[in-house]
Structure formats: structure tokens, C-alpha cells
Design a protein around this ligand. Structure first.
Ligand SMILES: [Zn+2]
Length: 425
């Protein structure tokens, strides 16, 4: 059996938090100096905030620099031309240019492992000699090609199957005894289902051992099926088109360790300030020692929270827990962010709940929150059920909310999960 456990960069992955901060701050200072000197948009946003590169002496100092959210990249690409003023090298030095909707032009430079994906794939369990199908797109956007390069650099045999073509994918997997998969989790599942529909016994006839999945939420139930029924090692990672690898799962699968090559912050989306462990905020990323595209504080728009208790795998980095949702869907109630996915989590815990909508209003200086609940056929809105749901609301949202049982059909079909009717005058 191939050993699929083990560190890619043991020294860094296991160093003490203080040593890590010292190393990353040294890299950060170098990066900020470079970006300030070479990228018009970095200089502009720092000048506007009145921050010079010398002011960045700790990770916390990053709070002084405004975040660049993805939507700003769209605007800046329009205003300043391709790369939006963040290209740190001459365009003639690039290897490739990718195009994301917007359009946003993303540069691929010539530095080694430019998107910092090799550590993610190694730590996910890919090893030299693995035969890997890469089902991400090879056109326009970077996912196909940048995963291809990184997997190749680890010594794996890469089969660029790209998106779709289920039948060709299955034949390829069989003929070449592919044992690795890269792509979205739902596509792996549908390949397995298609194989079974065609009469194959997936465990007996196919060789799949390890999968790296990204790009969509991996439901716990799907993970369980892939791991327990089909015996595939499934690891997730967070990757973006603009800066590549951000975090990855280790064999413990308890959240995604931060990449050693990025500074990852979880911040309050309204203030840009870093939040503590367990608190929900936006994932903001700064690539380190990256000359091609040194966006300082890139706002991914994804919401998560981190834990920093020791991981049994021996890695000492913080772990980003599940992705809770997108920044543009959050509502702040009594100083806490709430997200539609948390509301659904409450609803899913009770089979008596058929539909739910949250209303947020304001009375005087205080926020009020109600959970309107339509019950399933046969269920009755008892006081016991009401208090059980309110208890669950406190547990999941860390906030008190009142449950109101409403008649079937009260919640409009197109209702938002969280209806914020507060007026701010
Ligand atoms: Zn770990």
C-alpha cells in the first residue's frame, strides 16, 4: 500500500505558531514592499489608507490595508485594463493568462508552483506514479491547467480528461486503471453511479483510491458514501482562480489547514478586522513571496471560521472549518453574523419542520429575530417543540430567536431565507 500520510514541508507544517508567524511576517514584509513598488493598485489602496509598507510588522498590521474583494477586480480590470493594476511583473514574462467571468484576467507567472498547489495535493495523499484523471476545465479558467502542472510536478501521471464526457471518462479510468481523481465531488459520485448503471461493480472493476475535491460543498453523506462504500480517500481543499491554493485537509479531515505560503485571515466583512477562533468571517488571503500577482488582502467572498487547537496530524497551522456561505448573504444581528446555511441547519435538525424563514426587525436599539416555521404534515406546534427549536437556534446561531408556528402557505415560495426588514434612519 502506498503511504498517503506524511508532510510535504514538514519543517514548516509542524513549526511552533511563533516561529510560523516570524517566518510569515518576514515573507509578508518582503511581499508588501515589492507589491507597493510594482503594483499600481496596491500602492493606491495603501496610499489612500495612509499606510506605508514599513507599517506592516505583524500579521495583525494587515488590518490597516483595505481588502480587495473579487468584485473590485472586475471593476479594476475594466478601469485599468487586464490584471487591474495588480500585475507585479512585465506581461511578457508570463506563462499564461486565464480569463474568469467579469472578465477578470488572471496571470500565471513563471515562479515554481506559482499557485502553491503542490503541498495541497501531496498532503491530500497523491504520490509519485499515481494515475490521476483531472476533470476540471482546461479552457479559459485556470483550474484544469494549474492542477495539471502541480500534480505532474509530484511525479503523478496526469490524464487530462476535463469536464463532462462521462463515457470517455469511465473507459479511460478502466483502461488506464486510474487511481486518482481531481474535480468537484458531485461529478465523482455521478461517474460511480454511471459505472454501476452500466453493470460494473465499482469496487471490483475500478482502481480509484484517492480524490481531491474542490469547487463545491461536499455533503457529509456523500463523503461517507465515497469513503465507506467505495473506499476512496477524499480530501477537500480551498482553491481560487486568482491565487490558487489556500487550505487543505489532512488525514484527520477536521477542517482545512492554512497553506504555509499564504496569510489567511478570517475577518469581519464590515470592518476588515480579524476575528477570533470559532467566529464567522470572510476568508481574506495574501499570497507570500509572489511577484507575479501580489494582491495584498484578496477578499474571497467565502465565509468560514477557524480553530487553532492542536491537530492530531502534527501540523500546527490553524484550520479553516467548513465554508458557511458567501459574504453577500450574511445579515448581522446583535453583532453576530447569521447566514442562510445556519438557518437550514436548524431546520434540518427537526423532521417536523417543512419550511422556515427568519425575520429580523429592530425595536428601539435592539434587534429582534423570529423563525417563522411551517410544520410538516401531521406535526403539531407544541410548546415542547417550540422550546427545542429555540434551544437549537441558540446552539447554531449563538443568538436567541423566537419561534412562531405559521399556517402552511404563509411563507411565499420565493421568500428569502433571511428577511431583514430593519430600517436604518
Ligand atoms: Zn491536521
Amino acid at each position: 500500500m502506498t503511504d498517503r500520510i506524511g508532510y510535504y514541508e514538514e519543517k514548516w507544517e509542524t513549526e511552533s505558531p511563533d516561529a510560523r508567524e516570524a517566518r510569515q511576517v518576514a515573507w509578508l514584509r518582503e511581499t508588501v514592499q515589492y507589491a507597493y513598488a510594482h503594483c499600481e493598485s496596491v500602492k493606491e489602496k495603501m496610499d489612500e489608507a495612509g499606510v506605508g509598507p514599513d507599517a506592516i510588522r505583524a500579521i495583525q498590521d494587515l488590518e490597516k490595508i483595505p481588502i480587495t474583494p473579487k468584485r473590485d477586480l472586475v471593476r479594476l480590470n475594466k478601469e485599468k485594463g487586464p490584471f487591474g493594476g495588480f500585475l507585479g511583473v512585465d506581461m511578457s514574462d508570463l506563462k499564461r493568462v486565464y480569463i474568469s467571468p467579469g472578465p477578470i484576467y488572471d496571470p500565471h507567472g513563471r515562479e515554481d508552483d506559482a499557485f502553491s498547489l503542490q503541498p495541497l495535493f501531496y498532503n491530500a495523499g497523491f504520490r509519485k506514479g499515481d494515475r490521476v484523471i483531472n476533470t476540471f476545465s482546461y479552457h479559459l479558467t485556470p483550474a484544469g491547467i494549474f492542477c495539471d502542472e502541480a500534480i505532474n510536478a509530484l511525479g503523478c501521471v496526469l490524464i487530462p480528461t476535463g469536464v463532462g464526457n462521462t463515457e470517455v471518462q469511465l473507459k479511460t479510468m478502466l483502461d488506464l486503471k486510474a487511481n486518482g481523481y481531481i474535480g468537484v465531488p458531485s461529478f465523482l459520485m455521478s461517474l460511480i453511479k454511471k459505472a454501476e448503471e452500466a453493470g460494473y461493480d465499482f469496487n471490483r472493476d475500478f482502481s480509484m483510491e484517492v480524490a481531491f475535491v474542490a469547487g463545491e460543498i461536499l455533503p457529509d453523506s456523500m463523503r461517507k458514501t465515497l469513503e465507506e462504500t467505495y473506499h476512496i480517500i477524499v480530501r477537500q481543499g480551498l482553491i481560487t482562480a486568482d491565487i490558487g491554493g489556500i487550505s487543505y485537509e489532512c488525514p484527520e479531515r477536521n477542517g482545512m489547514h492554512y497553506s504555509e505560503h499564504r496569510i489567511v485571515e478570517i475577518v469581519d466583512p464590515q470592518t476588515g478586522k480579524q476575528v477570533g477562533p470559532g467566529e464567522i468571517g470572510e476568508i481574506v488571503v495574501t499570497p507570500l513571496r509572489h511577484k507575479t500577482y501580489p494582491i495584498i488582502r484578496f477578499g474571497t467572498g467565502d465565509l468560514s471560521y477557524y480553530e487553532d487547537d492542536p491537530c492530531p496530524c502534527g501540523r500546527t497551522s490553524r484550520r479553516m472549518m467548513r465554508i458557511v456561505g458567501r459574504v453577500d448573504q450574511v445579515t448581522k444581528v446583535r453583532g453576530m453574523f447569521i447566514h442562510p446555511s445556519q438557518v437550514q441547519e436548524v431546520a434540518k435538525a427537526f423532521e417536523q419542520i417543512s419550511r422556515v424563514r427568519v425575520r429580523v426587525d429592530r425595536e428601539g436599539e435592539s434587534d429582534l429575530m423570529w423563525f417563522d416555521i411551517e410544520l410538516s404534515e401531521g406535526a403539531s406546534g407544541t410548546d415542547v417543540l417550540k422550546s427545542q427549536i429555540e434551544e437549537k437556534i441558540r446552539e447554531v446561531l449563538k443568538l436567541r430567536g423566537d419561534v412562531v408556528f405559521v399556517a402552511k402557505g404563509t411563507i411565499p415560495e420565493d421568500a428569502k431565507t433571511i428577511e431583514d426588514v430593519r430600517k436604518w434612519e
